[in-house]
Design a protein. Structure first.
Length: 255
């Protein structure tokens, strides 16, 4: 399971609930964080290169890109060069369109994600007749990383993301928010406290877990050693280890 940082842990939590017996290596490209400020060419090259080396070393039966930015940009490239099933992550616009009552949907993502034609296509296919308000909220990546590292979440980062959504025309009518970055569900409670109880949230984590379960249906799992995490940058922060352990990752090492 690959992400730019710790955001993919929100996907891992859903996978654990569905396939608790599946052995997992969690891979975080923290040396490349954040992805949202990089160009499409930089992201595609970095993700394809890293996943190529990782699949060669670890020999997984399946790889999951648990990152909206990486998936919307690099998924097709990675599928062309790797010979294992690849599950990607895309903004959950379809369920948001089904859930909204006011017809106004907010979408929080990285700058790189929200400008992708992939998102345009999802909006055209699933949200016709709705209003989709996109806002780049890179501060939420920092907030989620801080929270998982045991540091306080800066309320200003949460307030800025909410203000960015609400400041758009029709922003006050938003009743459903798409968390289009796997980091963002980690600060869902903080967002909910500011947006209020009338606003619901959707993300793609449960759907990703179901897709992995479908692709591995009938396969046997055998965990021969504890699950663990690998990071591309160091030194590793000891404060992160307790958080990783809560997701069943018993150690961390450098890739």
């Amino acid at each position: 399971m690959f992400d730019s940082g710790v955001g993919g842990l929100s996907v891992l939590a859903e996978l654990r609930a569905l396939l608790p017996e599946a052995p997992v290596i969690y891979a975080a490209d923290n040396a490349g964080l954040p992805y949202g400020t990089k160009t499409e060419a930089e992201i595609a090259a970095r993700v394809a290169g890293l996943l190529g080396r990782m699949t060669e070393r670890f020999r997984p039966r399946l790889a999951c890109i648990a990152c909206n930015t990486a998936s919307t940009i690099a998924l097709s490239v990675v599928r062309d060069v790797l010979h294992v099933p690849i599950v990607g992550t895309v903004p959950a616009i379809k369920p948001a369109a089904a859930a909204t009552r006011t017809g106004v949907i907010g979408l929080l993502g990285t700058a790189a994600t929200i400008r992708q034609g992939y998102v345009d296509n999802l909006e055209h296919e699933f949200a016709q007749g709705k209003t989709l308000i996109r806002h780049a909220a890179p501060g939420l990546v920092a907030a989620a990383e801080a929270k998982l590292h045991g540091r306080p979440v800066d309320p200003a980062l949460i307030a800025e993301a909410v203000r960015g959504l609400r400041s758009h025309p029709a922003g006050e009518r938003i009743d459903t928010v798409v968390l289009a970055c796997t980091h963002f569900p980690l600060v869902r409670d903080e967002l909910a406290a500011v947006l209020g109880p009338e606003v619901g949230f959707v993300d793609g984590a449960a759907g990703i877990a179901r897709r992995i379960a479908s692709l591995t249906q009938g396969q046997q799992f055998a965990r021969t050693r504890p699950d663990y995490a690998v990071f591309t940058g160091g030194p590793l922060d000891g404060q992160l280890l307790p958080a990783l352990a809560r997701y069943g990752l018993e150690r961390a090492e450098l890739f």
